[in-house]
Design a protein around this ligand. Sequence first.
Ligand code: SF4
Length: 359
Amino acid sequence: MKYLSEFRDARKIREVLDKLRATITRPWVIMEVCGGQTHNILRFGVDRVISPVELVHGPGCPVCVTPPHIIDLAIELALKPNVILTSFGDMLRVPGSELDLLSAKAQGGDVRTVYSPIDAVKLAQENPSKEVVFFAVGFETTAPSVAMAVKLAEKLNLKNFSILVSHFLVPPALKAIFSNPETKIQGLLAPGHVCTVTGYEEYEEIAQEYKIPIVVTGFEPLDLVQGIYMCVEMLERGEVGVRNQYTRSATREGNLKAKELMWEVFEVVDREWRGLGLIPKSGMKLRESYKRFDALEKLGLKPKKAKENEVCISGLILQGIKKPTDCPAFGKECTPTHPLGAPMVSSEGACAAYYKYHR
Ligand code: SF4
């Protein structure tokens, strides 16, 4: 198939659903990891046509898992007189302990939205008297482009470009979720975009360790129902391992060049996730040889203890233990115009998806 419309073809989707119904004998609980998958599941009503499969939503929304102390640091940077803080637009309304970046901008901070880390490098070239900081959030999908920006700044010998790193690795978070005795997840749709970069060898280890089936899955409605069907087929057979639905993009070894670039600039570090706490070896930080691009070191900032909203149950939602509608604040105190937690802000957040698609 070549065109997007083919992945939304109702006839083809019905054919897969027929196969699913002919295969399934009992209810199963499957987690999709990626926030993009969550939104398309809700948007196209995939969750409404796969009964008795229950989908729960994972920690794959980068904005949602960025902890408040990092947002507080971004705000502190933005309020420095000589700093231009650049960020993807999604981050601007994510609450820190007290403020968000949009409020920092209203207080006079120079906060600018960029579409790529390379735009931030260009901004540094155009503003030699300012320190341009890029707020680098996200998973293995965005880390290679941030690494590329750092390499470009090095090549251009830029002294006024740095990054605030908040990069996460998906597999350690999945291990933490599957190790939780409260989990009811029986199968996993692995994130197609992340696996396009990293490949899925690490997911094979997870499948064996936790005795579950995993299907690397794309984002369109046909991808999603195919991924669910493949996962149910494995569950019904008691099959453990990894299958790849997203063959048009993901391979077992992933994108070798992107991985090489990413690991040249970054190394693994323990990282705190919003709602999930500290997960060993679940993040990236700049290697010693690129430390001069670390905004915190350069500008002498240290993380402080941050407050999370006490009402928000995003940690349980990101682990697939609760759904957004289980939160007492959902659609009441917490709405997209007045978010109490990150999952209500982000275009990939589960709470925003439930709100937008009236669940
Ligand atoms: S509805 Fe709001 S308060 Fe509740 S979990 Fe979602 S983001 Fe947090």
